[in-house]
Design a protein around this ligand. Structure first.
Ligand SMILES: [Fe+2]
Length: 387
């Protein structure tokens, strides 16, 4: 049983049970109940600057095409030919490749490699060789299956069931709720990826989100990070006020080994944001960490119950990137150390949870924000599937 008193701050509370982190059946339920019903982040708009630029994104086994149309708009389609079901484009070299969205270019049309049925960038069927007569007046029946696509802060979100989302008014804005406000001063849409690092993590996607959501582990796992942000190791990470930003140590203002950088702060930040660190978790698969000069964006792509691909993009201001002296590595190398510490500890959790003696874990009081994941999952899958 799950403790119902999840808002009580002073006691240990049960986490979700083992199966929700380890079983293929539960993972399949999450695919239908969460990832097919939510807006899911898959990439950055900047990777599709021109007409015909596209992105193949995989969302728990579904392959989608996101393409920039002749009108400049982004559209998303299922990567399935209406004729015989062939995959239309293959952005990555192998279908077994992890879930990293792969960029491609289709010029003015999407042509199926099987029988050359050809679709315009708006998804309409343009041509099917030798079938003009058979398709006369019926081409409208053979448009590509649409998926939902929306942008926020330069991030592309897709929805596998756009009609159902529309019917229940489930817009991206509604999904975000108040998450849109915390980083409103950061010029997210203007930023560009200065570096991408892809991690394959042998842990359930929820383990990674929960780990991101608490700093009880920071003192033991992240010595370098705690040097820059001593508040992370005080009181077991309790009482961190993320809405106001977390202070660095005196003289530090960003996430690098020195706590400083040559990069200027983003335009538009308030005085507090120029010296403090903010973070946000946008369910189900985007984690954002905001320094005054760079944003670290983690996109999670669950592959298996115990395997998640994490695409980590480092975003910088184009004005800084244009400078001859621009070098993202002070941030990237620092984060790589912190990230690998996190992934290693998440993998240990995953291995430990596989034990037959593990029934569920406990959230400590200072981990309360991560307790949200129980509510998040239960609201979408129902109590009945979480025993
Ligand atoms: Fe961590």
């Amino acid at each position: 049983m799950i403790d119902e008193t999840q808002s009580t701050p002073q006691k240990l509370e049960a986490t979700l049970p083992r199966d929700s982190y380890t079983s293929p059946e539960f993972f399949a339920r999450e695919r239908e109940g969460i990832f097919a019903r939510e807006w899911v982040v898959v990439g950055r708009e900047e990777s599709l600057p021109r007409t015909g630029d596209c992105l193949e994104a995989k969302v728990l086994g579904e392959s989608l095409i996101i393409v920039r149309g002749e009108d400049g708009a982004l559209r998303a389609f299922f990567n399935v030919c209406r004729h015989r079901g062939s995959r239309l484009i293959q952005g990555s070299a192998s279908d077994d490749a992890a879930g990293v969205p792969a960029a491609c270019h289709v010029s003015k049309a999407i042509r199926c490699p099987y029988h050359s049925w050809t679709y315009a960038l708006d998804g309409s069927l343009k041509a099917a060789p030798f079938l003009e007569e058979a398709l006369a007046g019926r081409k409208g029946e053979f448009e590509l299956y649409p998926a939902g696509v929306e942008s926020w802060g330069g991030f592309i979100f897709v929805h596998l069931e756009p009609d159902a989302a529309r019917a229940r008014g489930h817009t991206l804005e509604r999904q975000f709720g108040s998450s849109m406000n915390l980083l409103k001063n950061y010029p997210l849409a203007d930023l560009r990826v200065g570096k991408r690092v892809v991690y394959e993590v042998a842990a359930n996607w929820k383990v990674i989100l929960e780990n991101y959501n608490e700093c009880y582990h920071c003192a033991g796992v992240h010595p370098e990070l705690c040097k820059i942000v001593p508040a992370f190791r005080e009181r077991g990470g309790a009482g961190l006020e993320w809405e106001h930003g977390i202070p660095h140590r005196e003289g530090a203002n960003t996430f690098t080994f020195s706590g400083t950088t040559k990069r200027a702060s983003f335009p538009g930040l308030d005085e507090s944001e120029k010296i403090r660190h903010k973070g946000e978790l946008i369910y189900p698969n985007l984690m954002l960490s905001a320094a005054m000069d760079h944003i670290t964006a983690f996109m999670l792509f669950p592959q298996l119950p115990g395997h998640t691909t994490v695409v980590c993009d480092f975003l910088f201001h184009p004005g800084e990137m244009a400078k001859a002296t621009f070098d993202p590595n002070d941030a990237v190398e620092f984060w790589d150390v912190v990230n690998r510490q996190d992934w290693a500890i998440c993998e240990r959790v995953q291995r430990g949870m596989n034990s037959r003696r593990f029934v569920h874990g406990y959230y400590a009081p200072m981990e309360t924000p991560s307790a949200d994941i129980r509510r998040y999952v239960r609201e979408r899958l129902g109590d009945a599937v979480i025993k």
